[in-house]
Design a protein around this ligand. Structure first.
Ligand code: SF4
Length: 287
């Protein structure tokens, strides 16, 4: 069999200390925390056999998973490990065994940070969050690990934030807001023109287009576009409202481990069933 470098997103916890209005929570709610136990190890061994090389730890906020550091330590022996964190839980990243840290920072302005939350927050809460994020940025830089800042563009103010954050030396990636995809993409496209940025490199994955730009500012963009995986999307009545389409494999825990194939519908399969299915073969052909 042709083994390809493919990835899977592991939703290692459903818990999060933030409530950003645009968060899709990687699909389902009310899931269990992953544990570093035999079930998890067996499951990951099976994914390794089909050619998974990269794992992306998400949530919720993955650092809130009680086994977070043990899971990183275990996975990093077999896979390239990226963690996607909101950065508001201070960690010494030099001691955590991951290859790459992606920190999602959508604003370091207290008023805007409050606006981005779905629940009522105070200004003193926002200021404390910002302080923790700044400490984490320093810790990430000191760890000398590969890193990236993800910033969802909700308005033109986001671009000023992106410019300021790019002075940290960490690559800033502008993401479109899935709740207002057209407007967000328009703002990003105008920014590229205003900055007279030149595309250095680009690639397309199933449901997104990533491009790296040079110029007075170095940054990258990740723009979603709908990609439909026939095995699940062919007859889907939700297709017209589905912004991203199929994004890849996600793993979540509900007693046992399940593969999630869709963010919006409950298309989840016990991982062993998925790995025996034709869908798995169709998925591998896409990679
Ligand atoms: S909602 Fe799910 S099944 Fe339907 S088109 Fe989108 S990704 Fe495919």
């Amino acid at each position: 069999m042709d083994i390809k470098p493919i990835k899977i997103r592991l939703k290692i916890t459903g818990k999060c200390n933030k409530s950003c209005f645009f968060c899709h929570k990687e699909g389902g709610d009310n899931i269990d925390d992953f544990l570093l136990d035999d079930d998890f190890i067996n499951c990951m061994n099976e994914f390794e056999k089909i050619g998974i090389k990269n794992v992306i730890l998400t949530g919720g906020e993955p650092t809130l998973c009680p086994d977070f550091e043990k899971i990183c330590q275990y996975l990093s022996k077999k896979f390239h490990v990226t963690v996607v964190t909101n950065g508001s839980i201070v960690k010494d990243w030099s001691k955590i065994q991951v290859n790459k840290i992606t920190i999602s920072i959508h604003s370091l302005n207290p008023e805007k940070m409050i606006k981005l939350e779905n629940i009522k927050r105070t200004k003193s809460w926002a200021k404390k969050e910002i302080e923790k994020i700044k400490i984490n940025i320093t810790n990430i830089i000191n760890s000398k690990k590969e890193a990236r800042i993800n910033l969802v563009v909700t308005d033109r103010e986001s671009l000023k934030e992106a410019e300021n954050l790019s002075h940290t030396g960490i690559e800033v990636r502008l993401l479109n807001n899935l709740n207002d995809i057209k407007n967000s993409q328009k703002i990003i496209n105008n920014f590229i023109k205003e900055k007279k940025a030149t595309k250095r490199y680009e690639y397309r994955r199933m449901s997104n287009h990533t491009a790296y730009y040079d110029g007075e500012l170095k940054f990258s963009t990740k723009i979603s576009y709908p990609f439909y995986f026939d095995a699940i999307c062919k007859d889907c009545s939700f297709k017209k409202k589905c912004y991203e389409g199929f994004y890849g494999l996600r793993l979540e825990k509900r007693g046992g481990y399940y593969v999630r194939l869709c963010l919006y519908k409950n298309l989840i399969y016990p991982y062993k069933d998925f790995l025996k299915s034709r869908m798995k073969n169709d998925f591998l052909k896409l990679c």
